[in-house]
Design a protein around this ligand. Structure first.
Ligand code: BG6
Length: 586
């Protein structure tokens, strides 16, 4: 949930490396930020509440440092609770991503040994515990022994200025090491050091690393034994994590869908065909995820039903009661942009314990879910920086579409469909279309409540578009299956109540339109998102008719509507309040 960074380099100013790295990780949490460096023979710290924004760092130049951007869980959003946290000697400083579930017990023991605490965080316990161990051990042993005392999912990075060493451990929360030439980096993901090196080592749960100016050493946190790890080369480029002239990452990533949907299919030709045959023999199939990834799973359930295959979509945070039904011979498809969402990981681990084949559809490479899964389909949508998921969603949905239709059709057919769809999408996603969407956003901007309906494929789409509007503009947007309208929802409709109707030219078009006219007859204002226009619509955004894939374009309209509503209402489209890109705690 938080973002952590570390670096040692005599080739560049590490103070800037850490500060710029935090800007790149800010989508993981933006309640406060802080940097600690070695200056002369002591630790200099700078920390602030709120987003980095246009702030400038005031710390001196240094060759070693760590940093943190926070998503508050324990202790309010205050200056003293901002990371990094020092020990009593002010020689050890710590940043942390996760939750130390037993911190109160540890804190009481340390206070009994006269340690003085300055914050209400769980993290500060780690600094004082290391200080205690450090009295008789070297940094590596002190950090590993302290780490073994912590319960919960945690990643910690520790700087000891006496030995000029950085030590880090991971159990649950992500951590990756960047290997440069005579310089070394650490991060919650690769974005903080992507412009310095593409040679990386992902730490697994129960692993640690010790870094000094001359090199890195990897250890097993339980046995403390040194271990070999192999470096991977990542195919992301530094400019992939820049805005590329767009005002926000969200708009850039929405527009990238002109190419990412097709790329995700073409790049995975073999994997898709292999997996399609595995699925055709599966005893049972579940598709799981959280947030947008769950709505993608639900859309997948409908795609599979179109091919006479029952695949149950389940919210990963509600998977436990259903886990016993998925055993050997079953397949669980785990959908996740980050591959680090705790609830999805837990469900996958549960399924694995039951002998189920775990498949992951993940966008962020090297993630925990990718390494946990038996089969991984890399979504290939490129880095998704905006907290709100867009291009990962449509790429994952396209992959589920392909996997379902491969049950009854050839890869060549599907590739043709997807290429034709991408051409249609590129031809439609023009400035003129954006102007239409902006004009509709302007008409909706002062409403605090918006309702959405859809049927069949457009029901999960209505849920996803509702979520986009909530995440971007903080408008209360509530989505329903069109058929549910008469069973209570219609009571909410009064004069001028906006209701977005998502539809396609499918067998359910008339059903949805009669629901729309019922709303209209009670004074509701109907906004149509569909490949046709009709009198039921008070206003509409017309999408190209792409058959079953029209639903993806309907979702893209929702992404853009959310974006313009958010910008229009002064919200930050890339870093919405209270949200984080991946939720790494239960
Ligand atoms: C939330 C994000 O934290 O997690 C959502 O804000 C996302 O955008 C959800 O859909 C699930 O994340 P992931 O990485 O598992 O797809």
């Amino acid at each position: 949930m938080c973002g952590i960074v570390g670096a040692i380099s005599h080739k560049r100013n590490v103070t800037d490396v850490i500060f710029d790295g935090l800007k790149k990780l800010e989508y993981r949490g933006y309640d406060s930020w802080g940097v600690a460096i070695k200056e002369n023979n002591s630790i200099a710290i700078e920390k602030h509440i709120g987003k980095i924004g246009n702030a400038k760092i005031t710390l001196a130049t240094s060759h070693i440092g760590i940093g943190h951007t926070r998503w508050a869980t324990h202790g309010g959003v205050t200056q003293e609770n901002a990371h990094p946290h020092l020990d009593c000697t002010k020689k050890i400083v710590v940043v942390h991503n996760g939750i130390v579930e037993n911190y109160e017990d540890l804190k009481a023991q340390l206070i009994a040994k006269n340690h003085v605490f300055l914050s209400q965080t769980d993290t500060e316990v780690i600094a004082h515990a290391i200080e205690e161990e450090r009295k008789s051990k070297d940094l590596k042993s002190a950090v590993l022994d302290t780490f073994s005392m912590l319960s919960g999912s945690n990643a910690i990075v520790v700087l000891d200025i006496e030995t000029e060493e950085i030590a880090a451990c991971r159990n649950g929360s992500p951590l990756v090491v960047g290997l440069g030439i005579d310089e070394f980096f650490l991060g919650s993901d690769v974005t903080p050091f992507l412009s310095f090196t593409t040679s990386v080592v992902y730490l697994d749960d129960g692993e640690a690393v010790s870094i000094n100016a001359t090199g890195v050493h990897f250890f097993d946190t339980a046995t403390k034994q040194e271990k070999q790890k192999h470096a991977e080369n990542i195919d992301w480029k530094a400019q992939d994590i820049e805005k590329d002239g767009f005002p926000h990452f969200l708009l850039k990533e929405i527009m990238e869908q002109k190419t990412t949907i097709q790329k995700s299919i073409i790049q995975n030709k073999q994997q898709l065909q292999l997996l399609a045959s595995t699925l055709s023999q599966a005893k049972q199939i579940a598709i799981i995820g959280c947030g947008t990834a769950y709505y993608c799973s639900l859309l997948g359930q409908y795609f599979f039903s179109q091919n006479n295959v029952f695949a149950q979509a389940i919210q990963a945070n509600e998977f436990s009661p259903f886990a016993p039904f998925y055993t050997k011979g079953s397949v669980i498809i785990c959908v996740s942009q980050s591959g680090e969402t705790a609830d999805t990981l837990l469900a996958a681990k549960r399924g694995k314990q039951n002998g189920t084949t775990i498949v992951s559809l993940v966008n962020a490479r090297g993630s925990s879910l990718e390494r946990l899964s038996d089969i991984c389909i890399p979504v290939a949508a490129g880095p998704e920086i905006a907290v709100i998921s867009t291009k990962a969603f449509t790429a994952q949905a396209a992959i589920l579409y392909a996997l379902s239709f491969l049950q009854n059709s050839s890869y060549e057919n599907i590739e043709k469909q997807i290429s034709a769809y991408s051409d249609q999408l590129s031809a439609w996603l023009t400035d003129k279309t954006l102007e239409t969407i902006i004009s509709i956003a302007k008409k909706l901007i002062d409403h605090d409540h918006i309702y959405l309906i859809g049927k069949y494929l457009n029901f999960p789409a209505a849920l996803e578009v509702g979520l986009k509007i909530k995440e971007t503009s903080y408008i209360h947007a509530e989505s329903f299956a069109a058929g549910e309208l008469k069973h209570g929802v219609i009571a909410l409709i009064e004069h001028d109540t906006p209701c977005i109707v998502l539809a396609s030219n499918d067998d359910y078009k008339q059903d949805v339109l009669s629901s729309a006219s019922e709303i209209k007859s009670r004074g509701g204002c109907i906004i149509g998102i569909a490949p046709f226009n009709t009198n039921e619509f008070s206003m509409s955004i017309q999408t190209p008719d792409s058959g079953h894939l029209t639903v993806l374009t309907n979702c893209i309209v929702g992404q853009l509507l959310g974006y313009y509503l958010g910008v229009g209402r002064g919200a930050d489209p890339d870093k919405p309040r209270n949200l984080a890109k991946s939720v790494t705690v239960k």
